[in-house]
Write a protein that binds this ligand. Structure first.
Ligand code: DC
Length: 227
C-alpha cells in the first residue's frame, strides 16, 4: 500500500467535507487547505475596499494582488486555521453574511479562479496535503492520487445544520436552512467556469445517514486499498 500524498475532497456545500478533512489531516499529519476560504478572502477584500462585486475587471485585479495566507497557528478560539489577507486576520470575518451572499459571484470570475488555482497548485507541490473545494479533483489537482466527492441530500444537510444550530442554542428554521442549501447547490452547479461535478476517477461517498466517523472509516479503507 502506498499512502496518497495528495488527497482531493470535493462536493456540495455542507456535506461535511471540512470536518472530515480536518480530522483526516490530523491523523495523517498532512496539511489541510480548505480552498473555499480563499474565495471568501477575495470576496471579503472586495467588500472591505468598496469595490463593486459586479466589476469583474476590478475584482480580478484585486485577486491578483492580494496576499492570502492560510496557517495552522492563531488564537485558540475554535478555529481549524487562520486566514490572513495582506497580514490581517479575517478568519471569522470571511464567514459573515455579506461575504456569503457575494462569494458565488466572485468565484464565477475566470481570472479569480486562475489566480487562486495557481496558488493552490503551488501549495500542493510540497506534497502531503488534503485539499478541499469544488474543483480540486477536476481542475486544480487532476493528478491527485485519491479523489473523493462527498454528497448528501439537501434535506439531510439541512437537518444536520438545523440540529447543530439548535445545539448551539441559536434560533434556526429548517425550511429557511433547506432553501439556503438548495440555493448554494444551484450556484455551485451553475458556476460559469467550474461547475460542480465529480472527477471521472473520483470516489463518490453519499453521506446520507452516515456519521463523520463512518465517513472517515470509509476513507481510511480507501487509503489502505490504494495500489
Ligand atoms: O466551501 P465554502 O462554502 O467555504 O465555499 C465558498 C464559496 O467558494 C462557494 O460559493 C463555492 C466557492 N468555491 C469554489 O468555487 N471553488 C472552490 N474550490 C472552493 C469554493
Amino acid at each position: 500500500m502506498t499512502q496518497p500524498t495528495t488527497i482531493a475532497i470535493d462536493g456540495t456545500a455542507a456535506a461535511g467535507k471540512s470536518t472530515v478533512a480536518a480530522q483526516l489531516s490530523q491523523t495523517l499529519g498532512y496539511l489541510y487547505l480548505d480552498t473555499g476560504v480563499m474565495y471568501r478572502a477575495v470576496t471579503w477584500a472586495v467588500l472591505a475596499r468598496n469595490i463593486a462585486v459586479t466589476n469583474e475587471e476590478a475584482v480580478s485585479e484585486l485577486a491578483e494582488t492580494l496576499s492570502i495566507e492560510v496557517t495552522t497557528t492563531g488564537p485558540q478560539d475554535g478555529r481549524f486555521y487562520t486566514v490572513l489577507v495582506d497580514g490581517e486576520d479575517v478568519t471569522w470575518a470571511i464567514r459573515a453574511k455579506d461575504v456569503e451572499a457575494q462569494v458565488s459571484r466572485v468565484s464565477g470570475y475566470a481570472r479569480v479562479r486562475t489566480t487562486l488555482t495557481n496558488q493552490q497548485r503551488h501549495l500542493a507541490a510540497k506534497g502531503s496535503i488534503i485539499m478541499v473545494g469544488r474543483d480540486i479533483g477536476t481542475v486544480v489537482l487532476p493528478q491527485a492520487e485519491l479523489k473523493i466527492f462527498m454528497e448528501a441530500s439537501a434535506e439531510e444537510r439541512a437537518r444536520r445544520r438545523h440540529k447543530e444550530l439548535i445545539e448551539q442554542g441559536q434560533a434556526a428554521n429548517y425550511e429557511t436552512i433547506l432553501a439556503a442549501i438548495q440555493g448554494r447547490d444551484k450556484q455551485d452547479r451553475e458556476n460559469p467556469v467550474s461547475p460542480l461535478i465529480p472527477a471521472k476517477d473520483a470516489i463518490v461517498i453519499n453521506t446520507d445517514g452516515l456519521s463523520i466517523t463512518e465517513v472517515l472509516t470509509k476513507i481510511y479503507e480507501l487509503i489502505d486499498t490504494q495500489p
